[in-house]
Design a protein around this ligand. Structure first.
Ligand SMILES: [Fe+2]
Length: 301
């Protein structure tokens, strides 16, 4: 199966105006706004739908229908692969057709998941220029201030899943959809990447005692400066940071999380570990921890 990335996120929200303001401040381009909601896009062509939580087109969330993601759509690289996934999943679950050959169903935790032909847009993101000793990538140039982050893609999504169902929840993605395991922490969660992705994770199933629930969506920006300047912009506009900024241990990505009025958190991230099929999944008996380091900004403001 050739799933390549998160293609769309569809939120059902309580307060559309707040949801729209939040994603505009987050730095995404708004494609459309009407009485039903709004559509945002990333530069690489992924879409985010904000709809009223009572919109009849929305599938129900696995627990309750407060503001949250009501469908995650995975992009697939060909019509043939899309058909293969449909045939595979229709063996034991109901498939609901939507536009074109796209369709959705539910995973083992009850999350609505869709599949469609991916529509990637190629963008050229210049890597950060760093001066190290005599290796001066930024010779005669200075760091410039940006007023707002401009995330270029959705990198991953994270769900809470009930601890006791984690084996079946994870094996659905690995055995049925071809996801690769990158890191597993026993009793805590599984980081997985799409079969055609080099990201350490595009999906993290985070175990807890309780019901299944959307946790966060992560957006890649260029570098640490963009995380920090983008996060400061969010704070200045009244949005609440959900964590301090820091660097994760598993995945190694730099991060800063904010609380999204449309449901869960959003994360700015940069510089995540990349791997291919030569990577040997690591199995951790004990949680190695959340961060290598973090900056204590929450208590200083
Ligand atoms: Fe994340």
């Amino acid at each position: 199966m050739a799933i390549t990335r998160v293609e769309s996120l569809v939120y059902g929200v309580n307060d559309l105006a707040a949801g729209i303001n939040y994603y505009q401040d987050w730095g995404l381009e708004i494609l459309e706004k009407n009485s039903k909601g709004a559509i945002f896009a990333t530069p690489v062509g992924q879409t985010i739908y904000l709809l009223d939580k009572n919109d009849s087109s929305l599938p129900s969330a696995p627990s309750d229908n407060k503001s949250t993601v009501r469908k995650t759509v995975w992009g697939v690289d060909s019509e043939e692969e899309l058909e293969k996934i449909s045939v595979e999943l229709s063996r034991d679950r109901k498939i609901i057709l939507s536009e074109g050959n796209s369709f959705y169903t539910r995973d083992e935790s009850g999350f609505p998941i869709g599949f469609c032909l991916s529509q990637p847009i190629q963008v050229d993101i210049a890597p950060p220029e760093v001066n190290t000793n005599e290796n001066s990538k930024r010779l005669n140039k200075v760091i410039s201030h940006i007023s707002q982050a401009k995330p270029f893609r959705i990198g991953h999504v994270v769900y809470f899943i009930p601890k006791e169902q984690s084996d079946t929840a994870v094996s659905f993605y690995i055995d049925r959809l071809g996801f690769r395991l990158s890191d597993r922490t026993i009793g805590r969660g599984d980081f997985m990447r799409c079969p055609q992705s080099r990201d350490h994770h595009n999906l993290f199933l985070l175990q807890r005692s309780g019901s299944a629930e959307f946790n966060h969506a992560a957006f890649e920006v260029k570098d640490f400066d963009e995380i920090m300047m983008g996060g400061e912009y969010m704070k200045k506009h009244g949005w609440m940071a959900a964590t301090n900024p820091g660097r994760h241990i598993l995945g190694s990505n730099l991060y800063w999380y904010f609380s999204n009025p449309s449901g869960g958190n959003t994360e700015y991230f940069a510089d995540m570990d990349c791997m291919d099929d030569n990577w040997k999944p690591r199995i951790w008996d004990k949680n190695p921890g959340f961060s290598l380091w973090s900056i204590d900004t929450l208590t200083n403001n």
